[in-house]
Design a protein around this ligand. Structure first.
Ligand SMILES: NC(=O)C1=CN([C@@H]2O[C@H](COP(=O)(O)OP(=O)(O)OC[C@H]3O[C@@H](n4cnc5c(N)ncnc54)[C@H](O)[C@@H]3O)[C@@H](O)[C@H]2O)C=CC1
Ligand SMILES: NCC(=O)COP(=O)(O)O
Length: 337
């Protein structure tokens, strides 16, 4: 688990999630040891439970009840100030993502769970490779050379995948291509199948109000989204993956019907179209998962919470859910599904 921005709530929720992890999950925190000890003390978790390890062999010996800490993690020269990330904090949180990813790539760990980072603190840190950082999703895709990458969220009775990620709203319509729609549909079906839905029912949301109102309120539904659904159906059929794709239908209807149980997932066209319903039904426990990568990556859906960092008010359930989903996906991968 990369612990996220040291000036935010990431270290608190990461230590809490590791301390209360499922017996099957051995956790290794990648972050500044002193910051993590401070977070543990604040959460009344005994720092004596920390086990600092320095090699893949030592990771194997982490025992139930111990909180693994990766010793070689990048260190801070001074304690981070809650709510006020400086350049060192910006650079360190990106380094921890890369260090945790390397542990998954070399087989030391089975999944990457990420704490919340500040895109701005990273992008302005001056660290090599940090300029232009716009989120883990894009960063991991570039670092791993992933051809396809899809941002998805899971919260209570909503599971949704996005066609576009961190993009200014004005740039969204051009990025809603039939290929991008097809890719999101395909990977959402794959996710839902890993979660036990043998023939997922997926609604594909429209971009425009009332699904374009017959072209009066936009044409992307007919020119991009519907052809994208057809492409996805062809790809799924070619791979023998059963699924029912329905759409484009108005986003408000798609999410309402999913929440009522009529669909197993929704393909959303842009960030807030997906995150608003997720955060409404499950703020605090919603999980972000990146699809299409060669590694398993889950994350909290909330941000750095600078306004409450260090106050003990952070709800740790998002990090716990992210860890739990990573475990579920690791098991599904081991089964070959
Ligand atoms: N997974 C990640 O790395 C994410 C990072 N971010 C980043 O976080 C930074 C701040 O973003 P905001 O939009 O302000 O969102 P935010 O989620 O940090 O804060 C929004 C509000 O929710 C509260 N909040 C957040 N997490 C909470 C928790 N676990 N328990 C209780 N209250 C909680 C905060 O105190 C604040 O009032 C930005 O730089 C953004 O890019 C945002 C979302 C996800
Ligand atoms: N709302 C999700 C978010 O902004 C985090 O994105 P990412 O860092 O997981 O790409």
């Amino acid at each position: 688990m990369s612990v996220g921005c040291p000036s935010g709530i990431g270290p608190e929720v990461a230590v809490h999630a590791a301390a209360h992890a499922d017996a099957e999950a051995r956790c290794l925190l990648v972050g500044d040891e002193e910051t993590l000890r401070r977070a543990a003390r604040a959460s009344k978790i005994a720092p004596a439970r920390f086990r600092v390890v320095k090699s893949a062999e030592e990771v194997e010996t982490i025992e139930l009840g111990e909180i693994g800490v990766w010793g070689p993690s990048t260190k801070l020269s001074a304690p981070a100030r809650p709510g006020e990330p400086d350049h060192e904090a910006g650079a360190a949180q990106l380094a921890w993502v890369n260090e945790a990813l390397a542990l998954v790539q070399d087989g030391t760990a089975e999944a990457l769970v990420t704490g919340p980072v500040s895109k701005l603190a990273i992008a302005t840190s001056g660290a090599p490779g940090a300029e232009g950082f716009s989120g883990h999703t894009e960063h991991l895709a570039a670092r791993l050379g992933a051809r396809e990458v899809v941002m998805a969220f899971r919260a209570a009775n909503i599971t949704t995948a996005l066609v576009t990620t961190h993009l200014a709203l004005a740039e969204v319509p051009a990025a809603v291509t039939s290929e991008a729609v097809a890719t999101s549909c395909y990977w959402l079906v794959r996710l839902l199948r890993s979660l036990g839905f043998s023939a997922p029912r997926v609604a594909v949301a429209a971009l425009n109000p009332h699904a374009g109102e017959g072209g009066m309120l936009g044409t992307e539904e007919e020119t991009r989204i519907r052809p994208g659904i057809v492409r996805a159906e062809e790809r799924l059929a070619a791979e023998g993956l059963a699924a029912a794709l329905v759409g484009p239908i108005g986003a408000e209807t798609a999410f309402r019907k999913q929440a009522a149980g009529a669909f197993d997932g929704v393909v959303a066209m842009y960030h807030d179209q997906a995150t608003i319903p997720c955060k409404l039904v499950g703020f605090g426990e919603a999980v972000n998962v990146t699809l299409g990568l060669p590694v398993i990556r889950t994350s909290v859906d909330h941000g750095t919470g600078y306004d409450i960092a260090g106050t003990g008010k952070a709800d740790p359930r998002g990090m716990e859910s992210a860890l739990s989903l990573a475990l579920t996906l690791a098991k599904a991968r081991a089964r070959g599904s």
